[in-house]
Ligand binder design. Structure first.
Ligand SMILES: CC(=O)N[C@H]1[C@@H](OP(=O)(O)OP(=O)(O)OC[C@H]2O[C@@H](n3ccc(=O)[nH]c3=O)[C@H](O)[C@@H]2O)O[C@H](CO)[C@@H](O)[C@@H]1O
Length: 394
């Protein structure tokens, strides 16, 4: 039987951590012949890497925050966002709306519920986020990235599906590539990122930490570091003064290539970062963002650290000396690094995007709507002289 072409709306806002898994799912659903639209905010729409086929609808959104005086404005934005989302659903007729986190998810899901459209949320972290907690009892399914998710109530167990965190196809395609050649006298390529926004603490500590390594390691270093735009010049000076070759940028769009080359990763412990490290198999030194809600970045590191694929340093202990010590322990002998890389690889969930797409397809399988839509598509295709719905039978 051919698979009917359906329409899906993905809602995600703010940072790459929410949007990149949504982009990966959009690519998979589109490949399966479905039409996908993104509901997001200004920041989300501006994030590099959005697939060209994915139309972005920017809606107003807000959090209510602690100050009740600001609630009327916040509520106004949420209600307006919900109204705009519902208008989109009226014309786009989605079979399901999937929330990935960030403020726009709130009005997008409220709108979907008002229209009786099935809803799912995807939780990228090892702790259930605030918006997902609010919607947990109301949505049809909760997709998770880790087997254990803190603050996820047992009573929802029946609708929880462990899928993992979808990563971009170009990153996933590296999974079967071998760990890059690493010998006791060859280059040691280090990749440093602070999540999609960059992290100042890495700019302040990493260059000095690398400079403290024994000459036998230090002379082989080749660094790629993402820094906040305002820190780029200071970090460049730091590396120059230490005579360590470093390529710096405020956001690398070719992350797959950078990961492919890297022998060691140093950075924050955002969900997508860890999903990519485990998809490709790269050893890491992770410094969780201390102000992350419910300390979720530290929770995200648990599995990879336990496996031996990464070491975690709390930010308060993250000094140049401590970093140098940890790198030395990992990089002194080539086999230690390769073993850690393999342990990280073992934590990967390469089926994440497929499993999430399967789950999404299992909702909103409204056959009557499908028949009407396929009929309408065929009529439109015939009138435009094109084969609409092709690829849907995969
Ligand atoms: C500050 C903050 O609130 N961070 C949260 C945010 O993720 P945040 O966006 O900070 O971090 P993630 O690690 O989840 O994602 C970063 C993504 O950006 C990509 N990247 C990064 C740098 C670069 O130069 N180029 C590039 O492409 C990475 O490859 C990765 O795909 O949402 C995540 C998922 O809910 C959470 O786990 C994080 O705690």
């Amino acid at each position: 039987m051919t698979r009917a072409t359906r329409h899906y709306v993905l809602a995600a806002g703010g940072t790459g951590g929410h949007l990149i898994p949504a982009f990966a799912l959009a690519a998979e659903l589109s490949q399966r012949g479905h039409h996908v639209a993104l509901v997001t905010d200004d920041r989300g729409a501006a994030l590099p890497g959005k697939p060209d086929f994915l139309p972005a609808h920017v809606i107003p959104a807000s959090k209510l925050g602690r100050n009740p005086l600001k609630w009327p404005a916040g509520l106004g934005a949420i209600l307006e966002g919900r109204r705009m989302a519902m208008r989109l659903y009226e014309s786009f007729q989605p079979s399901a709306v999937i929330g990935f986190g960030g403020y726009p998810v709130f009005p997008a899901l409220l709108g979907a519920m008002a229209c009786d459209i099935p809803t799912l949320v995807h939780e990228q972290n090892a702790v259930l986020g605030r918006v997902n907690r609010f919607f947990a009892s109301r949505v049809d399914a909760i997709a998770t990235a880790y087997p254990e998710v803190a603050r996820l109530d047992e009573k929802h167990a029946a609708k929880v599906h462990l899928v993992g965190n979808p990563v971009r196809a170009e990153v996933l395609s590296l999974r079967d590539e071998p760990f890059p050649a690493f010998t006791a006298d060859g280059l040691l390529r280090v990749l440093v990122t602070g999540g999609s926004q960059g992290a100042r603490v890495l700019s302040e500590i990493v260059p000095d930490g690398l400079a403290m390594l024994p000459p036998a390691i230090r002379q082989r270093l080749q660094v790629t570091q993402q820094c906040r735009a305002e820190d780029l010049e200071a970090v460049r000076q730091r590396y120059r003064s230490h005579d360590i070759p470093a390529e710096l940028g405020s956001y690398f769009e070719d992350m797959a290539e950078r990961l492919a080359d890297a022998h060691l990763f140093i950075g924050r412990a955002g969900a997508s970062t860890i999903a990519e490290l485990t998809a490709v198999g790269r050893p890491a030194i992770l410094v969780p963002l201390p102000i992350a809600t419910d300390d979720h970045q530290a929770a995200n590191t648990r599995e990879i650290v336990k496996s031996g694929g990464a070491r975690m340093i709390r930010q308060e202990k993250f000094t140049a000396k401590e970093l140098a010590k940890q790198i030395q322990a990992l990089a002194q002998r080539p086999e230690t690094l390769a073993t850690a890389a393999h342990a990280a690889w073992n934590c990967g969930r390469p089926r994440a995007v497929k499993d999430l797409a399967d789950l999404v397809e299992s909702f909103g399988a409204n056959e009557l709507m499908d028949v009407i839509r396929v009929g309408a598509n065929n009529a439109r295709g015939a009138s435009q002289g094109e084969a609409v719905g092709q690829g849907a039978g995969a």
